[in-house]
Design a protein around this ligand. Structure first.
Ligand code: SAM
Length: 178
């Protein structure tokens, strides 16, 4: 078994679970890399909802999708992911969070545990049986204790309904995301 970096590990889990035609969510579009990955997974018959609060991120994401001719199956939404249930009312197979700030953007505009937890709470009832949510949390710069608080919330989920796995390298410098 190969131990992958967290973002690759998350993508590998999604590759196993998501199929062509599925409906999935990118909760933090950023520069659009994960949105593109999800759009490729679901294909032309699927749908991706992509959220980001920053116009710059939404524009970058749209640009990247356009380059790959994958804009049609993605609904890019400039809104906080805490409002997910105002935008989605159909079952989803998977969702991705890559928390923190926009790489190359304003580091002060970052995710916060309260809105992140609201988003997860909104997603859980929409998640299909055997659905999957991946969350990359940055413990090195844990602004506002986001990693700590999100983990606390996830630990409280009932084990009969949800399995929560934490994937963390514990001997690496610079605190890689978990
Ligand atoms: N997945 C992205 C990619 O592939 O490039 C990277 C995401 S980046 C680490 C985190 C993003 O979360 C930033 O673009 C930021 O604007 C966004 N963000 C912060 N708070 C948010 C919120 N409440 N709702 C949605 N997006 C938010």
């Amino acid at each position: 078994m190969t131990l992958f970096h967290i973002l690759t590990f998350a993508q590998n889990l999604l590759k196993e679970r998501v199929q062509t035609g599925d409906i999935v969510v990118d909760c933090t579009c950023g520069n659009g890399n994960d949105t593109l990955f999800l759009a490729q997974l679901v294909g032309k018959s699927g749908k991706v909802y992509g959220f980001d609060i920053q116009q710059q991120a939404i524009e970058k994401t749209k640009e990247l999708l356009k380059e790959h001719q994958l804009l049609d199956q993605v609904k890019c939404i400039q809104d906080s992911h805490e409002h997910i249930t105002q935008w989605i009312n159909e079952p989803i197979t998977a969702a991705m969070f890559n928390l923190g700030y926009l790489p190359g953007g304003d580091k002060k505009i970052t995710t916060h545990y309260d809105t992140t937890i609201k988003a997860i709470e909104g997603l859980l009832p929409l998640l299909k049986v055997n659905g999957l949510i991946t969350i990359a949390l940055y413990v090195g710069h844990d602004v506002g204790n986001e990693a700590k608080e999100v983990e606390k919330f996830l630990m409280s989920l009932p084990q009969k309904q949800f399995s929560v796995l934490k994937y963390q390298f514990i001997n690496q410098v610079n605190f890689p995301p978990i």
